[in-house]
Design a protein around this ligand. Structure first.
Ligand code: CA
Length: 234
């Protein structure tokens, strides 16, 4: 089945060119010309990737991203009009996966799309991963706890997915860096701790559950708690 891309872009000419080129490559493209329509479509879901312009009518791209990330981890590539460092940094802070500066070569955009989609599928052998109240729908990139959606960035999603796939096995920081981050990533193992903290904030703390355990001096593990009949006293 064709991979579906949502293009949120108000410059009609650019949107048509991108739609055409992506169509040639076999992607199925849906267009939205303002932020509000884009957000509605994005939240409705069913897209494998979203291309999101920053300067949009009605709702800015940054605001679309911020709201979308409350419930979805779909890969997002920002299209920035200016070579603005601020836009890139805040885009990545809000959970964008990548950005392309206009004007861009279509080949560059295609390469980034392929890369983002590859990352998105890195952990999709099992369609549904779960642990206790937490469920991860891998193809839809959706995470819920007791049915409530958890908005994760792509990296957080991939990290959680890797730990869930290896449930019960202690994974070292080095393994996580190797499997979840780019091979050429040189951020060091502290980065893993930072992202574990993000995940705990959004899941463990937000829902009052204990999902991710630290194994001191080794790494991290997600375990199914043994189901016991009585109430636990903790
Ligand atoms: Ca624009």
């Amino acid at each position: 089945m064709a991979q579906r891309i949502l293009l949120i872009e108000d410059e009609e000419k650019l949107a048509r060119v991108v739609e055409l080129e992506l169509g040639y490559e076999g992607y199925e493209v849906t267009k939205a010309a303002d932020g509000r329509e884009g957000l509605t479509l994005a939240i409705a879901g069913g897209f494998d990737l979203i291309l999101l312009d920053i300067m949009l009518p009605l709702l800015s791209g940054m605001e679309v991203l911020r709201r979308l990330r409350k419930s979805s981890s779909v890969p997002v590539i920002m299209l920035t009009a200016r070579d603005s460092v601020t836009d890139k940094v805040s885009g990545l802070d809000y959970g964008a996966d990548d950005y392309v500066t206009k004007p861009f070569e279509i080949e560059e955009l295609l390469a980034r799309i392929r890369r983002a989609l590859r990352h998105g599928q890195a952990s999709s052998e099992n369609e549904l991963l779960e642990c206790g109240a937490l469920k991860m729908d891998v193809p839809r990139r959706e995470v819920t706890v007791n049915g409530s959606a958890v908005g994760l960035t792509k990296r957080e999603f991939d990290l959680l997915g890797y730990l869930l796939k290896n449930k019960g096995i202690v994974i070292t920081r080095e393994q996580l860096l190797d499997k979840v981050w780019d091979i050429d990533f040189d951020g060091g193992t502290n980065t893993v701790d930072v992202y574990i903290r993000f995940l705990r904030g959004k899941i463990d703390d937000a829902f009052g559950i204990k999902l991710i355990s630290t194994v001191r001096g080794v790494g991290y593990v997600i375990k199914d708690e043994p189901q016991e009949g009585g109430a636990n006293g903790v």
